[in-house]
Design a protein around this ligand. Structure first.
Ligand code: GRG
Length: 287
C-alpha cells in the first residue's frame, strides 16, 4: 500500500517527459521510476504512522528522500566514481543516456527534493518545516551522505579499522536513512522530544544494519538477484564489514544492530509496528 503510494507520488512530482527539456525529464523518470526497494520511503511512512502523521504529507517527505537517494545512485554509478553499468536491473543512467545527462539528472533530482520540501505544507508549524529542510540538507551534504562518499572514495584499497568503517557508513548510508525516519515523524506531531530521540536511535542502528547486510549481499548474492553488479567490493579491494569481520560475524552484527534498534522503540505503541517490520525486512532481505 505504502509502496504504491510512494511510486505514484514520485510519478506525479517528476516533470512529465513531454515537457522541455524532454530528454532530461525522460532520463530523470528513467532513473527514479520502476525499480528500487523504496526502503527510505517505507521508513518515512512507518515513522509517520508512529507519529500519527497525515499520509499525504509523509508521501511528499518520502519522495524527497527517495529523490536524493536516486541522485546519489546516478552519480555513484558514473565512470568518475564507481563506474557501474547495471542498476535496479537495467542499464545505469549514463549508459542508457550519456554522462552529461546523468550528471544533470542527479543535480535536478537533488533540486527537486528540496523544492518539494519548500513547496508543500508538511507541518502546521513553519519552524518545524524549516527544520525538515535543514535536516535533509545536512543529511545529504558533506556532513552526511556526500561526506561519506568522499571517505569511501579515499578508502579504496586501504585497511580501515572498524570505527573508521562505521564512520564512513553512518555518513554515506546512515544519514539519509535517519533523515527518512525523522522527516516522516516530523510530518506528525504526536511524538515528544524524548520519543523523537528514541526514533533517532532506532534510525541510526537500522541504517548501520542496512549497510552491514548490504556488504554481506555484495559478497554472497548474485548480480541477477541484486539487480546491480555483485562482488564489486572485493574486486575493488574496498574495506567492508565482510572483509573486516567475515560473513558469519557480519551477519551476527546485523542482528545485534537490529535488536538495538528495536530496543530503542520500547515504550512506543502499536503504531510503531511497521517500523519493527521494516527492521526485520532490512535484516532478512535477499536483494
Ligand atoms: C554520489 C553524493 C554521492 C553519494 C553516493 C548512496 C551512495 C552515496 C552510493 C551508492 C553506492 C552504495 C552501495 C551505497 C551504499 C548505500 C546503498 C546500499 C545504496 C543502495 O540502496 P538500496 O539497496 O537501493 O536501498 P535501491 O535500488 O533498492 O533503492
Amino acid at each position: 500500500m505504502h509502496q504504491a503510494r510512494a511510486e505514484s507520488t514520485l510519478g506525479n512530482v517528476l516533470p512529465s517527459a513531454d515537457i522541455a527539456p524532454q530528454r532530461l525529464h525522460e532520463a530523470m523518470r528513467y532513473a527514479v521510476l520502476g525499480g528500487g526497494k523504496r526502503v527510505r520511503p517505507l521508513l518515512a511512512f512507518a515513522a509517520g504512522e508512529a507519529a500519527r502523521a497525515d499520509v499525504e504529507r509523509v508521501a511528499i517527505a518520502a519522495a524527497a528522500v527517495e529523490l536524493i537517494h536516486v541522485y546519489s545512485l546516478v552519480h555513484d554509478d558514473l565512470p568518475c566514481m564507481d563506474n557501474d553499468v547495471l542498476r535496479r536491473g537495467k542499464p545505469t543512467c549514463h549508459v542508457e543516456y550519456d554522462e552529461a545527462t546523468a550528471l544533470l539528472v542527479g543535480d535536478s533530482l537533488q533540486s527537486l527534493a528540496f523544492q518539494l520540501l519548500a513547496e508543500y505544507r508538511l507541518s502546521d508549524d513553519p519552524a518545524r518545516q524549516l527544520e525538515m529542510l535543514k535536516l535533509l540538507a545536512t543529511a545529504s551534504g558533506s556532513r552526511g551522505m556526500s561526506g561519506g562518499q568522499a571517505v569511501d572514495l579515499e578508502s579504496t584499497g586501504k585497511a580501515l579499522t572498524l570505527p573508521e568503517l562505521e564512520f564512513m557508513h553512518i555518513h554515506k548510508t546512515g544519514a539519509l536513512i535517519r533523515a527518512a525516519v525523522l522527516l516522516g515523524a516530523h510530518c506528525g506531531n504526536s511524538l515528544d522530544t524524548k520519543q523523537m530521540g528514541r526514533l533517532d536511535h532506532f534510525a541510526k542502528y537500522i541504517g548501520l544494519a542496512f549497510q552491514v547486510v548490504d556488504d554481506v549481499l555484495d559478497a554472497e548474492a548474485s548480480t541477477a538477484t541484486l539487480g546491480k553488479t555483485a562482488g564489486k567490493d572485493a574486486d575493488k579491494n574496498k574495506p567492508t564489514y565482510v572483509s573486516l569481520l567475515g560473513v558469519v560475524a557480519a551477519r551476527e552484527l546485523a542482528k545485534q544492530l537490529k535488536s538495538n534498534a528495536l530496543e530503542a522503540l520500547n515504550g512506543f505503541d502499536e503504531n510503531s509496528k511497521r517500523l519493527r517490520q521494516l527492521a526485520d525486512f532490512i535484516i532478512l532481505r535477499q536483494f
